[in-house]
Design a protein around this ligand. Sequence first.
Ligand SMILES: [Zn+2]
Length: 272
Amino acid sequence: MRGAFVLGSPHFSFPFGTVISMKKAKKRARRALLGRSMKPVRIACVNYAGEEIDDRTMGKLTAALQKCYDEHFLPVWGYPVDLYVTRKPKPTDWQLVYFDDASHKNMLGRHELTHRGQPISKIFVKALGGEPVSLAASHELFEMVLDPMANLWADKNPNTQYAYEVCDAVEEDSFRVGGFDMSNFVYPSWFEPFKHPRGTKFDHKGTLKAPFSMTEGGYVIKKVNGRKLIRAFGSPEKRRRFSKEDRRGHRSEFRDPQGVHHPGRRASKRRG
Ligand SMILES: [Zn+2]
């Protein structure tokens, strides 16, 4: 029965005589179901904010992010990732990088969304104010995985598109994992403008009641009639807080033709 898939047998046979255990076969099947028969995306976590985050905290934070990802995010969205702490990411790694602020010397040479063609997310620790680093890091991680180039949009109706960001609508809302605050996130149903059965969850904490809705601390980016980019806020207080934030380099700025960016290497060279 070479190459056949025999239910109930303790081993599966694959072509070329490879025999793998049931455990491995299940793992492979799970990965295939998740849409990725290849290895998980490897994400290098780089700490350039040594004054704010010491090595021990960095290790604990990264482990908690992985645990949060595997137990809460992966079952819903299905993209496996492997996080690891390093000073020297490999060229094929995606990156989650912590800076103290935007003037850090390693900021130059890093494109805003990609570095050597691979996606990158940045957390500016000093700009966070009272927001926990883990909350910002999980927000960036979740959004980078689903839309690494910040170029996806979901149609609510023929005239209105919503940015494919999974934390913005529930920003400031969190749950605890391993002693850290992690960002709430929306579910696929949040992007689906049809009638859902009662009890459908639209976000992980189960706060929202309809697609494209938001919490009081949330915001959304949308495009109306294919051109005008609009930010809508969950409350007037959120709008005020948002306007005071240092948003430079945040992925939301990339959606906006007038967005505030940090110069990459090319831009700074051009300037001389
Ligand atoms: Zn966001």
